[in-house]
Design a protein around this ligand. Sequence first.
Ligand SMILES: [Zn+2]
Length: 295
Amino acid sequence: MAQKPNTIAAFFKRFPDEETCLQHLFNVRFGQDFSCPKCERPSKWFRIKAERAYSCQWCGHHLHPTVGTPFEKTRTPLQLWFYAIFLFTTTRNGVAAKELERQLGVTYKTAWRMADLIRKHMADVDGDGILGGAGKVVEADETFIGGHKAGGQGGKGKTVVFGMLERGGHVVTEVVQNRRGDNLLPHVADHVAPGSEIHTDEHRGYVDLAFEGYQHRKVNHSAGEYTRGNVSVNSLEGFWAQLKRSIQGTHIHVSPKHLWKYAKEAEFRFNRRSRPETMLGDLLTTFGPLPQQSD
Ligand SMILES: [Zn+2]
């Protein structure tokens, strides 16, 4: 899809019915002349009316375009799924299950499950690229989310989210057990290219960064210092603020078990902030590897 249908009218023009949605999935995942996995011949594929499937012109083998997508194990119409995804791409703070329930006319349980699978799909589509590199600045910081106000920093029920953000570029988040260095540094090694300049606050968990092939620069938050020259974690603070607005404003409460998906959802949006018009197309054309198909 070249352009987003960025209005409801454009969306329904592009996906007017169930058949169009299934055909779209077939086209982006297989397409006509796709070589049959069974007889191995390039085939014309014919729609089978009785199920969400297409059949090989030569041997009758079936392809199911929803297998391996978030829509695989569902009786909910594809058009409602696509519309739910559309809603996720047109909001800044996310979509509550209650809102999906109301707009789609499905049960709360179905709405919750759809939102959950859409967030996981956003996480998959976003992926986790490598941040930084020589001459680049990556900010690293942790934040506490959820729990009860009385708990204070690190209090009961709070979840620690660790973030790494290439300045002017992408962010990657990871939910961690606690903010000790041995929980944080392996994620830096996974996601940040050696030679990067990493900016953090004075937290002790970061002291070993300099020994891991990074240039480490610090600001001292506890002394009220938020920038020193170009050293800061202010871009990441902006991302945390957005994530917290989304969770507190839209979802009220998110359990620790599910928090990573909300962080990934915010990450997906943040990483496309300069090209929001690509969000819907990305989510409706990017799926995992084609699974083995059976009759
Ligand atoms: Zn065949």
